[in-house]
Design a protein around this ligand. Structure first.
Ligand code: GLN
Length: 495
């Protein structure tokens, strides 16, 4: 078969089962593609031996008629997931040389489902960022370029390596994580699909923690069907994560009928931001019309506390990060600074952390420590937690009126140039998350679906937000939107 790497999960699965290709052939194809794509800087650790071992085992299972859902399908794993014996550094210097003794539940679930790991994917350091420019491995480059330009663009962040790799056909699909938008925003910037499930759907065990009450893993795939297949394989109840939901995982793929007749879709007026580009406004209007044509009822809704979401997120996420990152002290993991004569344990901590953490991580640790400090705890952290409750209540109230899903833009712009935000106020970068953070604060499922291109030919996406635990329904609405939008553009290969 030709163009093996252009397939998605569903296509490759079917081709494997029909005997049209083998997992070994697929895996070799992807390993070669990855080799040729170092300009994208998406893969930071390749695992060809593991991949070939898994591929051979998968081919044997397929031959024996005993193939689980992801059997023989080569994927990439974000560097935030601990993978046994394989470097897992969260793209940080502080975890230099760290090879976990254990496997994260999500990657284990994928391996149990037969998936093949091609390697680990670049990301923003500790998943903090929106442009993949905070990684110790350097920037990830978006395979897309503006028409008639060769400016290097960001793939978004923090799951930028995952997004770039999937969009450039370096793997069939990849894992991502989303604390404030890190699956949905990079998916939007690269013309792929990304779903953040309900908080508690995917186990956080073995996923390096950023902000524990917000972090969720999810798939980044070429389309909605693939997202359904991979999400099902990633999810499970896990007693090792106390916030894991003890709920059966449905067959999400079977729920993709494309029939959304009679569904009610809410359009929240607060997401119509000042200064929003016309192209985003237009995309949103088009998406609304597509869902209406597909038989959904469209209603205007209000989520009144939306404007407080970004400030609340940038208090809560750094607070949790400062506490989660306290464990990197030069004693237990990775990097330890070289000490001078007379240095004690305090100097060891200080020097190690100053050398090991990049500037964005240091900024978050400082903000987090400040908002949790005795004098300011009530003014910042506790207030942000109250705001979070109100944001959640906004969604609960809307869903209680019979709304099934909410349609919004996924990002306020298309992908921007790498380095373009270098001199900007950090808050400018944080604005990338304006449409996505509410979903994490409320613990809801959200999906980004490519729905059009801008005047430069870059992909643009819409976000659908669903009810808790109703990922199947959300995926089906996304499927209807995907069918109507018919987004098929691919980046022209320059790497
Ligand atoms: N861009 C957001 C941040 O920097 C979200 C990151 C994420 O979802 N991991 O915090």
């Amino acid at each position: 078969m030709s163009d093996l790497n252009k397939m998605g999960l569903a296509g490759a699965r079917d081709a494997l089962r029909k005997g049209e290709t083998t997992s070994v052939e697929l895996t070799e194809t992807f390993l070669k593609e990855i080799e040729g794509a170092s300009a994208l800087n998406a893969f930071v650790h390749r695992t060809p031996e593991i991949a070939m071992t898994q591929a051979k085992a998968a081919d044997a299972r397929i031959a024996a008629g005993d193939a689980p859902a992801m059997c023989g399908l080569p994927i990439g794993i974000k560097d935030l997931f601990c993978t046994k014996g394989v470097p897992s550094q969260a793209a940080s210097a502080i975890l230099n040389g760290f090879k976990p003794e254990y496997e994260s539940t999500v990657s284990q679930n994928l391996f149990d489902a037969g998936a093949v790991m091609l390697g680990k994917l670049n990301m923003d350091e500790f998943a903090m960022g929106s442009s993949n420019e905070t990684s110790v491995y350097g920037d990830v480059v978006n395979p897309w370029r503006r028409a008639d330009e060769d400016t290097a663009l960001t793939p978004g962040g923090s799951s930028g390596g995952s997004a770039s790799a999937v969009a450039a056909d370096l793997c069939l699909a990849a894992t991502g994580t989303d604390t404030g938008g890190s699956i949905r925003q990079p998916a939007a910037f690269t013309g792929i699909t990304g779903i953040k499930p309900t908080y508690g759907r995917c186990s956080r065990w073995g996923t390096i923690a950023f902000a524990s009450s917000l972090d969720q893993a999810g798939p980044m795939t070429k389309d909605v069907r693939d997202a359904a297949i991979m999400l099902e394989a990633m999810c499970s109840y896990d007693p090792k994560d106390s916030t894991s939901a003890e709920l059966a995982v449905p067959n999400f793929e079977a729920m993709l009928t494309g029939d959304i007749k009679g569904k009610t879709i809410g359009i929240p007026k607060e997401y119509r931001m000042d200064g929003m580009p016309d192209e985003i406004e237009q995309l949103w209007a088009n998406g609304t019309a597509m869902l209406k044509d597909a038989g959904a009822k469209i209603v205007d809704i209000s989520l009144p506390h939306t404007k407080y979401a970004l400030p609340a997120y940038y208090v809560i996420a750094p607070a949790e990060a400062s506490s989660n990152l306290a464990r990197y002290d030069g004693v237990r993991y990775g990097h330890r600074a070289t000490l001078d004569a007379g240095d004690g344990i305090t100097e060891m901590y200080e020097k190690t952390r100053a050398e090991g953490f990049g500037p964005e991580v240091q900024r978050r640790v400082m903000i987090g420590t400040y908002v949790l400090s005795a004098g300011f705890y009530d003014a910042y952290y506790n207030r942000a937690r109250r705001v979070r409750t109100l944001i959640k209540k906004d969604f609960d109230d809307v869903f209680a009126t019979g709304v099934d899903a909410i349609l919004t833009p996924a990002t306020p712009s298309a992908a921007f140039g790498l380095g373009e935000m270098k001199d900007a106020d950090p808050v400018q970068m944080y604005l990338n998350d304006v449409f996505t953070v509410t979903v994490n604060l409320a613990g809801l499922p959200g999906i980004a679906v490519p729905a059009g291109v801008d005047s430069q030919g870059l992909p643009l996406a819409l976000q659908l937000i669903g009810k808790p635990w109703e990922e199947g329904d959300l995926l089906n609405t996304a499927y209807a939107l995907e069918q109507a939008a018919g987004f098929v553009a691919k980046p022209a290969k320059w790497w």
